[in-house]
Design a protein. Structure first.
Length: 346
């Protein structure tokens, strides 16, 4: 297939680009190269004849129309988004602009192209979203594809809005769509403001390792390369106008995740004191959701997909990647907001 991937220089998007090229697809990577994007993420495929990079913004309709007309993709995989909850608390406007208006603009460009091509049945618009749109769980239960939406942060609200737009374009205009909602991702090329890389890099720098509140918040962790594989599976095998929840089947409290990373670092790069001694509890995030958990029954039963990487193995691979790729993360540490505590303005 010929895939138009938006946000393909970001964390999850770049994993999709690399996996798609490995699988034999052609990829047009459209990215605005905002603060969290990095073309080094796709350096391994940059010289492949099947790969094309386009520097453009999903809010730029003229640029999108030109991309569709020039490259005639078989499918869109829409990953471009503002995604950091703490940043959304401090500056929600950028999230509404990119995640809502950007998705609207992309949907209209895709619809125009699809109609001009005679509404081909093979075309797909795959919208990639998050489990955070479902809100917060208590101690039990899991999110399913029919869980009511209940977003609690500007980020999750903007993603919920974009999900609703995609469904509306499917129902109103017949655009063939698939949607996915994933749990927390981690792995190589993770931008160094998110929890897992913050723990690794602060530990290595002998800085305090910040844990929000008491660390009791629970997340389901999905290795990013597993996620990329799942997304391509849904694109090719998923039913039109259907959503699929993608989870890692790795539920753990934040404090336990941090301790796991510290223990791995103790083995891989030991020092005089355990890295866990650097753990520091800090004021909680405003409106911090207690627990997310994914019920993966639909994607497993309908498409035969399950994650292949356990949390322990994934964290070991992730820690080793950061140890082996210091030039990559060093180059990103001067970007705005990296290394700062964000999300406290409320």
């Amino acid at each position: 297939m010929k895939l138009l991937v938006t946000g393909g220089a970001g964390f999850i998007g770049s994993a999709v680009v690399r996996q798609a090229i490995r699988d034999g697809h052609s990829v047009i990577n459209l990215d605005a190269l905002t603060y969290a994007a990095c073309l080094d993420n796709v350096a391994s495929v940059a010289d492949d004849a099947r790969y094309t990079f386009v520097h453009a913004d999903i809010r730029d309709r003229a640029a999108l129309d030109e991309v569709f007309a020039t490259h005639a993709p078989d499918a869109v995989m829409h990953l471009a988004a503002e995604s950091h909850v703490d940043r959304s608390i401090d500056g929600p406007g950028a999230f509404i602009d990119t995640n809502v208006m950007g998705t609207y603009t992309l949907l209209e460009a895709a619809r125009t192209y699809w109609v001009s091509e005679g509404r081909p049945d093979r075309f797909r618009f795959h919208h990639i979203s998050t489990d955070e749109v479902f809100g917060s769980l208590g101690a039990t239960g899991q999110f399913t594809e029919t869980t009511p939406y209940d977003p609690r942060s500007p980020y999750s609200a903007s993603k919920a809005a974009s999900d609703h737009l995609v469904r509306a374009w499917a129902e109103t205009y017949g655009l063939p769509v698939v949607l996915t909602n994933c749990s927390n991702n981690y792995g190589p090329f993770h931008f160094p403001e998110k929890l897992v890389p913050v723990v690794i890099l602060n530990a290595l720098a002998s800085k305090p390792i910040p844990v929000y509140g008491s660390g009791e918040n629970v997340r389901d962790w999905l290795y990013v390369e597993d996620h990329a594989d799942a997304l391509l599976t849904v694109l090719q095998k998923g039913r039109v106008n259907r959503s699929y929840n993608i989870g890692g089947e790795n539920e753990v409290r934040n404090i336990d995740l941090v301790r796991m990373i510290c223990a791995i670092l103790d083995e891989k790069r030991p020092k005089s004191a355990p890295y866990a001694d650097q753990i520091t509890f800090v004021s909680d995030r405003p409106g911090h959701d207690l627990r997310y958990a994914i019920d993966p029954t639909r994607i497993a039963s309908e498409l035969g997909w399950r994650p292949s990487v356990t949390l322990q193995k994934g964290l070991e691979k992730t820690v080793q990647w950061y140890l082996d790729n210091e030039p990559w993360w060093r180059a990103l540490q001067d970007r705005a907001g990296v290394g700062e505590r964000l999300g406290t303005k409320s």
